[in-house]
Design a protein around this ligand. Sequence first.
Ligand SMILES: [Ca+2]
Ligand SMILES: [Ca+2]
Length: 592
Amino acid sequence: MKLRTGSGLLLLLPALLVADPSEKRTAWPDAPSGFQWDKLGPRTVAIGATTYAATRHVSPSGSDERGDGSAKSPWRSVGKALASSATEGRTAVLVTAGTYKEGTLTMQPRVDLFGGFEGSGWTRDIFKNPTVLSGGGEGRVLIGADDSRLDGFIVEDGVFRGLGGGILCDRVSPVLTNNVFRLNRALEPEDFPHESDRRRIRGHDGGAIGLINDANADIRHNLFHDNETGVGYGGAVSAAHDCVPIIAHNVFWGNRAGVTDRNETRSGNGGAVGLLFSSRAAVMHNLFVANATLGDADGGALFMEYFCWPDVQNNAFVGNVSADDGGGLDHQKFSYPKIRANLFYGNHAGKSGGGMHMDDSAAEMENNIFAYNHADREGGGIGGTHGWVHAVNNTIVHNSAGRDGGGIQVVNIKNPFLRPTILRNNLIALNKPEQVILPNDADTAYNIMHPGGYVPGYYNKNSSPGFRDDGFKLAIRAAQADPAGFVSKLSVAEQLAEGTLTGRIVRIGDFWSMVRANGVREVTIWGPAPPADATVLEILPSFRLAADSPAIDAGVYPDFPPFDIDNEPRIFPGIDIGADEYHAEPVHRKVE
Ligand SMILES: [Ca+2]
Ligand SMILES: [Ca+2]
C-alpha cells in the first residue's frame, strides 16, 4: 500500500486501515464539505518556483538538437525534457501551446509537466494556450509514474487496444490536475467473444485513464469528454484491484462504455467511471452529465462491483443513461458505497433504477436528492435487486417508472443475510406510479410519503412536501459556445441577481446541464453548445424546504446525519424530513 500522506502517524497504521476512505479524509486535510460548484473543472494555477531544483522549457519553435531547455532556447519535444531531468530535486517542465505527437510518453518520478504557456514571457493561461498531447489515433498517450504531475494539458486521441487509452497507471500514483481528456479510446480485445452467450466478460477498461494494482492517482479539476471503451468498464476512468484514487472536482460529459459490444454482453459498465475489485475511490464534487453505457450495460455515469467501498459525496449526476440498470449510478457484487449529499437529476435506466441501482450489494445513503429520474421498468429514483439500503434524510421527488415503484423499488430474494432495507426521515413525494415498493420486512418509519403513505411501517406521514418555489424559466435571446472553457454563455431576457444560480441544475428540452455562473442577463452553463433552436432555459427546483413546509421539525428518528445537504447543522429535536434542513437565514458553514 503506497501512501500519499505527509502525516507520519498514518504510516504506523496497518495497511488495511489506510485503505479505508475515511482515512483518506485524514490524508486529504483540505477535503471540502458542502457543494463546491465554483471550484469545478480545470483552472490555471501558479507554479511554486521554489519547489523546483530545475525548470525546463519546451516549445514547438524549439530544437532538441540546438536548444538547451532554457526559456530562451527551449527544446522541441516533451520527450527530450523527460529524458533530461535534474539528478537531484524536482524538475518542472513548462510547455507552450501547440500539438505534441510523440508516441507514448513515459512520465518520470520527480518531474512535473505543466502545459498552457506562451513562449515569449512564459506566462500561463491553459485556456488561451492549449497544449495538446496527442496520440494521433495510433497509440496510448502517456504512462504514469509515482511522484509526478501532469497539469494543464489536453490529452486527446489516445487509442489503445488495452487498459487506458489516454494514460496507464499500473501500480503508480501520479497527480493529474487541470487537464482535458477528450476523444481517448480503449479498444475491445482483438479476440473478444462477441458470439458467446456469456455476459460480463472482461474487456479493456478506462477510455482515458486506466488505473490498476494499487494505483492511487490524484485526479482533480479535469474535464473528461467523449472518451470511450469498446468493450470495457469506465468510458473515461477505470480503477481495478485495490486502487484508492481521489476523483474530485472533475467534469465528466458524454463519455461512453461498451460502444462496440454489439451483441449486448453487458461488458461495458460505467459510462464515465468504473471501479472494480476492492477499489475505494473518493468520488467527490464531480459533475457527471450525458454519460452512457451501451451493450445492455449498467451504471450510466458511475459503476462499481466486487468489494468497492467508495465515498460518493457532493456529486451531481445529471441526464446520464444506462442501457440496462442504474441511469446515474450502479453498485454490485458486495460493494458498499457511502452515498452522501449528491444530486441525481434526469437520469434514465433502460430497466431498473433511473437514478441509482444496486444488485447483490448494499449502500448507506443520506442527504441525497433524486428528481426527474426515470426507469423504463421499476424504481424510478432508486431500484434494487437482491440489495440492501440504509436511507436516511433523502429527498426523492418527481421520479417515474414504467411499471412499479416510481420513487423506490427494492427486492431481495436470494441474499437473506442482507438486512431488510431501512428508510428513515426521507421525503418521498410525487413519484409515479407510486412512492415505494419494498419487501414486507422493510423497515420504514418516520418518512413523509405523498400521496399514498406506505402502509407497512410506522408513522409514515402523508402530507405535501412544501418545497420552496424556486424553479423558473428564462427566455434565451442568444447562445455563444466557448469550446476552450467547455461552457456556453446564454443571454436571457429576464434580469437576474448576479452570482445566485451557480450549481443549479438546468434543462433545455432534453439537454441537461448545470449553471457555472450568472450575471444580470447572462447564464453560463457547462457543456458543448446547447440545441441551436433553444428558446427556453429551465432552472429546475432545488427541492429545499419552504418556511411553511410540513417537513420542518417533523423528523423524530434520532439516528440522523448531523449536517444537511448544504452542510448546515441539524439539531435534535426538531430535525426536518428530507435532504434539506430549513434555516430561515441560510447558514453558510465555511470549511477551512
Ligand atoms: Ca428543523
Ligand atoms: Ca438547509
